[in-house]
Ligand binder design. Structure first.
Ligand SMILES: Nc1nc2c(ncn2[C@@H]2O[C@H](COP(=O)(O)OP(=O)(O)OP(=O)(O)O)[C@@H](O)[C@H]2O)c(=O)[nH]1
Ligand code: SF4
Ligand SMILES: [Mg+2]
Length: 411
């Protein structure tokens, strides 16, 4: 499936609404980190709604909707307002922007808020251009707005770079829940296709059970009409032989990547549970960029291994033992490796040259994304175990090329 055809459910449509000159287009440029929207001090610069589909790192595929000011005047102005209102029907998440320099009368905003609420669209209040009034006045305006409109407002200025992370975090926090986890792999095979899952022999899980990512992926394959066929590595060749046609996809445990890769014909798509989780829980392109940072690591660097739950460490634990060892073998034993577990995530990310995150199967997409945003705000590359292992084994391209949004992201 082409990026532009990503189903609506998985592409978050973010609409920017407010008066003329509220700073809508400027905020779009800040959030997207591109100068695509036209900005000027002429009220009414944006005349028609503009929808732009993009990979918004680290959120993944989104569509950003720039609109004309909702306070436009005259016949043409009314036409523009009705076009902007139509955009509300396509919006999953709205930013209602009020300029700190023009916030005395919010009767219009109250009406627009009602329109958004009628459509059950979550709304983020944004008090923009705060640098124009100073912090004290901004704070007063903010509390007046919150009292008047009944929604929280976030203060921003496009001249402050840190406001980008603030806005992105707010977007992730307020995004509707159906934006979460649309599918793991259901969009890359057809109904009736065989999808083969490979587990290592020594399955590291409570006896008699599959681990959560395996269960979730099997459920997803079944829900999408696929045949979920599972084998341990030793039975994998036999399973392949028993199929009349090659499988549409093979998903392997990261720990047996190299073996599965060597057993599988090159033209059969191969990926791993961790890659699938990375795609579902976070943004694959961000994780791939993070994994490439492994090649620039130096012995004097400090890296963070972050596990989202507090399971008792296993012998030869992938995050605590194997990955640190492999990286030290590459760059030298002096490499410092810190570990964080559960909800405990360090505030001082700047110290790190790389964050290696677990698959996050116990985390929601929002939880993992908010960590990716924190890393992005500090310019710290972040990846997950499976993506890192693929990079270390030199097969990252092999295990990600099947995903269309990844190709489209320019990788
Ligand atoms: N000082 C300051 N100026 C800003 C800020 N944000 C926007 N502006 C200025 O405010 C003016 C309007 O910004 P736009 O982004 O074009 O506003 P808009 O809401 O898209 O306006 P229309 O398209 O006309 O509806 C421009 O001159 C911007 O440079 C800010 O945070 N601080
Ligand atoms: S949340 Fe992370 S550490 Fe816990 S089981 Fe899932 S992948 Fe492993
Ligand atoms: Mg504009």
């Amino acid at each position: 499936m082409d990026l532009q055809e990503t189903p609506r459910g998985s592409r978050l449509h973010i609409g920017f609404y407010g008066r003329r000159n509220a700073g809508k287009s400027s905020l779009i440029n800040l959030v997207t980190d591109q100068q695509t929207a036209l900005v000027s001090d002429h009220a009414g610069t944006t005349t028609d709604p503009v929808i732009k589909s993009m990979e918004l790192l680290p959120l993944g595929p989104v569509a950003v909707i720039d609109t004309a000011g909702l306070d436009d005047e005259g016949d043409l102005g009314r036409l523009r307002i009705s076009r902007t209102m139509e955009m509300m029907d396509r919006t999953d998440l709205a930013l209602l922007i009020v300029s700190a320099a023009d916030a005395d009368d919010t009767s219009l905003e109250r009406g627009w808020l009602q329109e958004l609420r009628k459509r059950k669209i979550p709304v983020i209040g944004v008090l923009s251009q705060i640098d124009r009034v100073g912090p004290d006045k901004a704070e007063t305006v903010r509390s007046d707005l919150e009292a008047g409109l009944g929604i929280p407002f976030t203060c921003v200025s496009v001249n402050k770079r840190e406001c980008r992370a603030v806005l992105l975090s707010s977007i992730v926090k307020n995004a509707p829940t159906d934006f979460e986890s649309p599918t793991f792999v259901g969009d890359i095979f057809n109904r009736g296709d065989a999808v083969v899952l490979v587990a290592p022999q020594d399955i590291q899980a409570p006896k008699g059970r599959l681990i959560l990512p395996q269960v979730q992926v099997i459920r997803d394959i079944l829900d999408n009409g696929g045949l979920a066929l599972t084998a341990t590595l030793d039975q994998f060749p036999r399973l392949l032989d028993s199929l009349k046609e090659p499988p549409a996809l093979v998903i392997t445990d990261s720990q047996v990547f190299p073996q599965v890769n060597s057993l599988l014909p090159r033209d059969v798509p191969l990926t791993s549970f961790s890659i699938v989780m990375a795609r579902n829980k976070g943004d694959l392109a961000t994780f791939v960029r993070g994994a490439r940072a492994i090649n620039g690591l130096k012995e004097s660097d400090r890296i963070l291994v972050a596990e989202a739950c507090t399971h008792a460490p296993l012998e030869e634990d992938i995050g605590r033992e194997k990955l640190p060892r492999w990286l030290k073998e590459r760059v030298g034993n002096g490499l410092t490796v810190d570990i964080s577990t559960g909800l405990d995530f360090p505030a001082n990310l700047k110290e790190y040259s790389l964050i290696l995150h677990c698959g996050g199967c116990m985390f929601t997409r929002k939880q993992l994304m908010s960590r990716m945003i924190k890393a992005d705000a500090e310019n710290v590359p972040i990846t997950n175990y499976g993506v890192a292992i693929a990079e270390i084994n030199g097969i990252l391209e092999r295990v990600t090329e099947v995903f269309p949004e990844f190709k489209k992201a320019g990788n």
